[in-house]
Design a protein around this ligand. Sequence first.
Ligand SMILES: Nc1ncnc2c1ncn2[C@@H]1O[C@H](COP(=O)(O)OP(=O)(O)O)[C@@H](O)[C@H]1O
Ligand SMILES: [Mg+2]
Length: 351
Amino acid sequence: MEENNRKKIAVLFGGCSSEYEVSLQSAYAVITHMDTRKYEPVLIGIAKDGRWYLYQGEPDSIPADTWCREDKCIPAAVSPDKNLHGILLLKEQGIEEISLDAALPILHGKNGEDGTVQGALELAGIPLIGCNTMSSAICMDKETAHRLAKERGVKAPKSHTVSKGELNEMQLRIWGRELGYPLFVKPLRAGSSFGITRVEKAEDLQKAVEHALEYDSYVILEEMIEGFEVGCAVLGTEELVTGAVDEIELSEGFFDFTEKYTLKSSKIHVPARISPGKAEEIKETAKVIYRGLGCSCFARVDMFLTSEGEIYFNEVNTIPGFTSHSRYPSMMKAAEISFEDLLSRLLELQE
Ligand SMILES: Nc1ncnc2c1ncn2[C@@H]1O[C@H](COP(=O)(O)OP(=O)(O)O)[C@@H](O)[C@H]1O
Ligand SMILES: [Mg+2]
């Protein structure tokens, strides 16, 4: 393909989110593995304070988190004008427009994976590679996601959701007794295990809820599902492709932030050490959840598998970790889809 026929793909990275650093690593892998003969990456960095920039420096400065300090950053904004379907560069000498063919947000957590950025891109008429506004928002909200999955016949942990304003010690105690201990307390809409506590006894419940409230104004209390967590990478919008199912082997506690990014005492097995029949069942369940929650392009569906062989829905990550050794690409690799191939397939979903 001719150099000037390349499609302009905005890759959004960073984000006004506690998962900013994770996004820098994911985005770097995406940028450096994209087929630049077919696609021209337009790098849009969102600083932690929420400022948007067109970044024209070396990709290496992204994972090092020095990109924002360079003079290679031009303040930018999404234009709400659908006729441009692009961004505005706010240069000293005036405004410059750049039209885009599509945008691939590689942002995790709040203000990036939750439908907010997706909404801005949709409003701007920029084709989105990833889940749309509504699906992103639904998947971010653990209670709504569970409810919709249950409607499709998928099991999900018993739970109760409470807002900051409704917090009541008596009610908490009743819910704790009903769900049993240990139980999980989580911010309703967060990621990377931020704000999550595995509560062992009633006395610790209130503190755990207060901790979760530091991350969101709503908190969900969930019964603990005994067993282990499995994940399934799903790719596509109409026709769906799944990767191999993976398994998280924990030796203690739960899959918290440190474990997720250091794997100090836990291990990820790809493929999971389960029967082919069970893996198939998990893949089918993942697809039911993916469609039920309105996902498109890609997402990682996380579930629990109990010792009785029951599958419980945990959550959908609409923009899962995307470094070449992250779970989603590893599951695809185990299904013979290389990282480069995965990116090409993903970018083609918008053509
Ligand atoms: N209901 C549950 N039963 C058992 N373990 C859970 C439950 N909910 C969460 N966990 C543990 O906590 C981790 C983080 O919870 P998760 O809901 O996936 O939050 P995040 O969106 O931050 O990844 C999971 O990977 C799992 O180890
Ligand atoms: Mg999770």
